[in-house]
Design a protein around this ligand. Sequence first.
Ligand code: SAH
Length: 250
Amino acid sequence: MSSELSTLAAAVLLALFAGAGSKGGGSSSSGDGAGGEEAAFAEARARMVETQIVARGVRDPRVLDAMRAVPRHRFVPEHLRDAAYDDSPLPIDFGQTISQPYIVAAMTEALRPAPGDVVLDVGTGSGYQAAVLARLVKRVISIEILAPLAERARATLAELGVDNVEVRVGDGWQGVPAGAPYAGILVAAAPDVVPPALLEQLAVGARLVIPVGDSYDQELRIVTRTARGYETETLFGVRFVPLVPGEDER
Ligand code: SAH
């Protein structure tokens, strides 16, 4: 029997266990007192890292640790918790999505986060990406255009005790000039061209990780600011929700 098959069988069992745990469990949100359920989620998370993220080539140990640590199930709608560690994006509210775990990990690794960094996260959504970054850098400024999503992300991050993320409501096309220059900028929604303000707000040596393209055909790019200008590298094809143009771009 191949090891993939036994891994798959274990994953199925784990999924069943996680499902049973959540239906029977009395505690829904805090996780305290629902140790079995949290343990099952932690196991699902460890498996997610091995089978979806390490298997596809993400190597940075700090990124892998962060992906093992952040409770993704707390960032998805309650009724989708049992799917939180699946190999796919999931809907949040207002037609938005939380990215597939592998994409979050690959983008985070591409940013090359360092412990002293202040980074900008554009498109807070659920706050999951910001929470992953928060474990890897000193401070995260995260900007979301939809106020109710920003509000909920703030609440989730506070419940989890994440205190180095500042969630702002506003238009990410403009970046957040107040905190610039950034040691890295990660964008989780796709513009059709790279917003000039984001290039301006990069420190020299810093990287902008951003999907660029139209609604169905985008590529993930890394733009590095050098002493002489900008260098662009293309990673692979992706599909993100569009970066909604702000007033100036319409
Ligand atoms: N990083 C998120 C997923 C983001 S989905 C997570 O981990 O859950 C993309 C988000 O970008 C959506 O919440 C959408 O509302 C937001 N968005 C779209 N256009 C934007 C803009 N111009 N400025 C800021 N946020 C924007």
